[in-house]
Design a protein around this ligand. Structure first.
Ligand SMILES: NC(=O)c1ccc[n+]([C@@H]2O[C@H](COP(=O)([O-])OP(=O)(O)OC[C@H]3O[C@@H](n4cnc5c(N)ncnc54)[C@H](OP(=O)(O)O)[C@@H]3O)[C@@H](O)[C@H]2O)c1
Length: 338
């Protein structure tokens, strides 16, 4: 069986996560039992939710155990199979974690899925045509429920989730407006992703100033907001929400290292009769097939052109992960393992 390099969670962060919270280890994969397959990972996914799981705190799921391989999404190739469902060479998506190989029980529902790379590159199954894409789909379709002609805003618009949101909103006849950090990301959001406008939040030092810029970008106000960030960005959007607006509360990355993220204007939820709903995409598996079909068509037809930041080699995963939490990624952050 092959040698298998792995990244473990070595200790839990206090405050900002550090490279020293992780440890490189090496072992060999165990021999396959009946019903198991050996997957060689080509790419692993780095996602903001992993920061939350590094804490030993009450959340929607159990914390990442210390001393074990960092959990996470992977795409790769079956290299050995003792299951009739998979053949060597099959391209698969699964939850193999931060390591070069994983042994997977093919009979466990949802553990591993074959994917077709004819029109969609393998790594996109970790991004636009994977969990982040479905996240955008769920928040938009099931919570924001936009009507054609309405204005939908998303923060972290150039990222894995935000970039998919734009294409999905445009497909429903909406005005799509992004919020992103820096001129390069904003240019990508409008010129390549097809958003109608993008506001660079880094040009504004407070919610009032950002809100004025949003007024120009959203002359008819904001009907739907897909929240990825929290803090000042959320406050600025709240000031522009229309009556009966909907907010899909997907993430609050501005507070993932433990920073306080107070909400400045909660009274606007009442006066504007806003629906605000948090959600976790893995609790809505029933929408995944429908969402993945639409997302696959958008990518295959070129209407959604996702970008990726590709870190090279398993050892680069901790630094790439910490960089993503600070916005150093441009699009979906993945690690090329093989
Ligand atoms: N609820 C769910 O089921 C679910 C599922 C998947 C993802 N999520 C959430 O969705 C959000 C986006 O995830 P993703 O995978 O698509 O990540 P991403 O957007 O590809 O990367 C994270 C981005 O967040 C932005 N950011 C970081 N710190 C920020 C701050 N202090 N203020 C404003 N922006 C900041 C950065 O973009 P800029 O350079 O533009 O600032 C960075 O590139 C995260 O909050 C994540 O936790 C939730």
């Amino acid at each position: 069986m092959p040698t298998n390099k792995q990244i473990l969670l070595d200790n839990r962060p206090t405050g900002e996560a550090q490279a020293s919270n992780f440890k490189l280890a090496s072992g060999t994969t165990p021999p396959l039992k009946d019903g198991e397959v050996l997957v060689k990972h080509h790419f692993l996914s780095l996602d903001p939710y992993m920061r939350g799981r590094m804490n030993d705190a009450k959340s929607y799921t159990a914390p990442q155990p210390v001393g074990q391989v960092m959990q996470g999404g992977t795409v790769g190739e079956v290299v050995e199979s003792r299951s009739p469902k998979f053949q060597p060479g099959d391209k698969v998506v699964g939850m193999g974690g931060w390591q070069e190989y994983s042994v997977v029980s093919a009979d466990q529902p949802g553990s591993i899925r074959k994917v077709d790379t004819t029109h969609v590159p393998l790594s996109h199954y970790l991004g636009a045509v994977g969990m982040p894409g479905v996240t955008a789909w769920y928040g938009l379709v099931k919570i924001i429920e936009p009507q054609a002609g309405q204005t939908v805003v998303v923060s972290a618009a150039s990222g894995a989730v935000g970039s998919a949101l734009g294409a999905l909103a445009k497909a429903r006849g909406c005005r799509a407006v992004g919020i992103a950090g820096g001129p390069d990301k904003c240019r990508y959001v409008t010129e390549e992703l097809g958003f109608d406008a993008c506001v660079d939040y880094k040009q504004h030092k407070d919610a009032g100033s950002l809100s004025k810029a949003l007024k120009e970008a959203c002359p008819d106000g904001i009907d739907g907001y897909f929240e990825n960030v929290g803090g000042m960005v959320m406050d600025a959007v709240m000031l522009r929400m229309n009556a009966h607006g909907r907010i899909a509360l997907c993430g609050m990355i501005a507070g993932y290292d433990g920073q306080p993220i107070p909400m400045a204007y909660p009274q606007l939820l009442l006066t504007n009769r806003i629906k605000l709903q948090g959600f976790i995409v893995s609790e809505h598996m029933e929408v995944w097939p429908q969402a993945l079909q639409e997302l696959g068509q958008l990518v295959g037809s070129g209407k959604l052109r996702p970008r990726e930041s590709v870190a090279q080699g398993l050892e680069s995963a901790p630094e790439a992960f910490l960089g993503m939490l600070k916005g150093k990624n441009f699009g979906k952050q993945v690690v090329k393992v093989a």
